[in-house]
Ligand binder design. Structure first.
Ligand code: AHR
Length: 659
């Protein structure tokens, strides 16, 4: 597709398309007599990583950035408009971070010299999204040290400093005490800030200043952003992989993700840098930290809420090989292995076990039913295989039924991939994670990738993939229509090979409009809104129509993997008694297709769900979030034959009831 293609040209090509379509119909054969394999319930899932402000500033609905003054610069995110470093601030006041040496954390000491002049303002995560008439829950810890401070006045202000919500707390105690208050916002504002002022003068210590909307997913107190979880829920994902991604590995081993530090009392979870903060020179986000308010307990709970099998991935003692590649020596791997064993106990252990008890104390006495665990993220080379062996031995010895996910590196081909595949096969690995961030063309050309995979070898987890419109991790990549339908074409190959490919997920999942590091992403959000990209709708169409059993669909006895720019896969759903066919037309012209059914009788009324857009560069946006979204129409079949005209550049899901 050429740049700036004119509308006139599009109309001409569509007309030409219909003409061509009428002149040559493509015949497909659909065999419903034999179920080739079961479609795993896990087939289409989600990959969650705290990248692009997906957790803090995104899914985790906390609105205060750096709520406990633990960022490397402890006052980052906080402004004091009337305070000067070079002054005694007699007409205002000043805030100073104080370190508690015992546990290496901070609180904030505020000296108020003149209450009318002093203010402490939190900027939120690129502002705070506030909705008119919505309720907000504020909490903070305070220790009123000295002086006569009578009130802490907390206000939401809009971009013009107008007050759009307010509450007051009386800090009565010199001892640390938690104060809470609820108030209602009077105006909708995407870039609100939280302003704290005082009545009286003196010294007061503050910590854990927190603000959440009351309206969260399942109304959980201090929970997750409802609109974002809803988008995940709507996909009906088979699994939820967490917490990444490279965040699992860390830039160094010290900053790897350690799940034990993400559970228990939220206040005690120590804030840490997010490894994506300054990863890319072109997209620096030095204010990106992890509060772990969304930690492993919450990930398990989220998985349960959205009906997804939890799939945690853990560090295997190797820091990101794109960064330091730091290694834990093999003889010092025990703590890493123990983390994996303890995680299984945390998820599945009874209340009599130490970690099972913690889960229960946190509010979930019933086990989470963990079945999978990932060893390492995207590691490569002999060092990985050496470490994988140690984990495998220990996990299988204690938990023989847990399925271990191993990694094949960052690429779906090349030296590292070939080596990993060869070694993991020798080790009888159960489930290998493959990653592909490739061009749309690669996705179209690789729809047959798994057709020749060894049926007796390891199962495949297509754990991270997304078509890159420019190149891998390029900030100019777009979630455009060409990428989305090319992924759909490729996904027919995943589905056709459901006997080998058991889990698949697009990556990354989410990105904040003003704070992302990586594009493309499946879901885009700002502080008030969220929308699914065209790629989201492709995922949703596959996931919500995954059926139960794979069927064969072919052209001249061969699977449709790009002949005539067409791709197809078919399943039946024994529960709904439906045959579901995915047909992707990647051609710029409409195409006539006729499908002959064998092995079943059909009810003549069918449904076709179509996702299409005329231009390869079309995208969903905040202004037009459903520009590319599924449209459902009815059609009639003639006995056991269906004739269809597939729109140019279209993803189609046909649903037919079996008699
Ligand atoms: O999805 C973004 C990153 O891509 C993941 O963190 C990593 O696993 C891959 O390189």
């Amino acid at each position: 597709m050429k740049k700036n293609r004119s509308t006139k040209f599009i109309i001409c090509s569509l007309l030409l398309g219909s003409f061509l379509a009428n002149s040559q119909s493509i015949n497909l054969d659909m065999d419903a007599s034999k179920a080739i394999t079961k479609i795993q319930p896990t087939m289409f899932g989600l990959f969650f990583e705290d990248i692009n402000f997906a957790a803090d500033g995104g899914l985790y609905a906390e609105m205060i950035k750096n709520r406990s003054f633990e960022f490397d610069k402890p006052l980052m995110g906080w402004e004091q408009p009337n305070t000067k470093r070079s002054s005694l601030n007699k007409e205002s006041g000043s805030a100073t971070p104080i370190e508690i040496a015992a546990n290496n954390t901070n609180f904030c000491r505020v000296e108020i010299n003149n209450a009318t002049g002093y203010a402490l303002i939190n900027e939120g995560f690129r502002g705070m999204g506030v909705k008119k008439d919505a309720k907000y829950n504020l909490s903070l810890k305070a220790s009123n040290q000295e002086g006569n401070i009578k009130k802490i006045i907390i206000q939401l202000i809009d971009k013009d400093q107008k007050i759009i919500g307010e509450t007051v707390i009386a800090p009565t105690s010199k001892e640390w005490k938690t104060y809470t208050s609820q108030f209602t916002a009077t105006q909708t504002e995407a870039k609100a800030k939280l302003k704290i002022t005082f009545e009286g003068t003196g010294t007061i210590d503050l910590d854990m200043i927190s603000l959440f909307p009351e309206d969260t997913w399942k109304n959980r107190k201090n929970g997750l952003r409802k609109d974002l979880v809803q988008l995940l829920y709507d996909i009906k994902p088979g699994f939820l992989r967490f917490p990444g991604g490279c965040i699992v590995e860390g830039r160094t081993l010290a900053d790897r993700y350690q799940w034990k530090k993400s559970v228990g009392n939220v206040e005690d979870r120590k804030t840490m840098m997010n490894r994506w903060n300054v990863e890319f020179g072109h997209k620096q986000t030095p204010d990106y930290f992890q509060s772990f308010g969304l930690g492993f307990y919450e990930y398990f709970q989220l998985s349960e809420d959205i009906g997804a099998t939890p799939l945690p991935i853990l560090s295997c003692g190797m820091a990101c090989q794109y960064n330091t590649g730091q290694l834990a020596p093999l003889e010092e791997l025990d703590p890493y292995v123990q983390d994996a064993l303890d995680l299984i106990e945390f998820a599945n252990g009874s209340e009599d076990t130490a970690w099972g008890k913690l889960r229960s104390d946190m509010g979930h006495p019933k086990p989470f039913g963990l079945q999978y665990i990932g060893v390492g993220n995207e590691q490569w080379g002999p060092d990985y295989i050496d470490r994988y062996k140690v984990f495998e031995k220990a996990i299988k010895a204690k938990y023989p039924n847990i399925i271990i996910v191993s990694g094949s590196g960052p690429s779906p081909d090349g030296e590292h991939f070939d080596y990993a595949m060869q070694e993991l096969k020798k080790l009888d690995a159960e489930l290998i994670d493959e990653h592909y961030y490739k061009s749309p063309q690669w996705f179209r050309e690789n729809a047959a990738r798994y057709d020749k995979y060894d049926r007796k070898g390891p199962k495949i987890f297509a754990g991270e993939y997304a078509a890159q419109s420019v190149s891998g991790a390029n900030p100019n990549n777009r979630n455009n229509w060409e990428c989305a339908f090319s992924e759909a074409a490729f996904m027919t190959g995943l589905e056709r090979n459901a006997d080998v490919v058991n889990l698949t997920s697009y990556a990354p999942l989410m990105a904040h409009e003003d704070a992302w590091q990586w594009t493309p992403d499946m879901i885009w959000f700002n502080n008030l809104q969220a929308y699914g990209s065209a790629n989201y709708y492709v995922q949703k169409l596959f996931s919500t129509n995954k059926g139960t059993d794979l069927l064969a669909i072919s052209k001249n006895g061969e699977p449709l993997t790009g002949q005539n720019n067409l791709y197809a896969s078919a399943v039946k759903d024994v529960n709904t008694k439906e045959i579901i066919i995915k047909l992707i037309n990647t051609s710029s012209v409409a195409q006539d297709v006729s499908i002959n059914f064998k092995g079943t009788k059909l009810i003549t009324d069918g449904t076709i769900i179509t996702l299409t857009s005329p231009d390869l560069k079309d995208e969903n946006t905040f202004a037009d979030p459903k520009k590319i979204s599924p449209k459902e129409t009815k059609f009639k079949s003639e006995k056991e034959k269906v004739k269809l005209k597939l729109a140019a550049y279209s993803v189609n899901v046909l649903k037919l009831k079996m008699k």
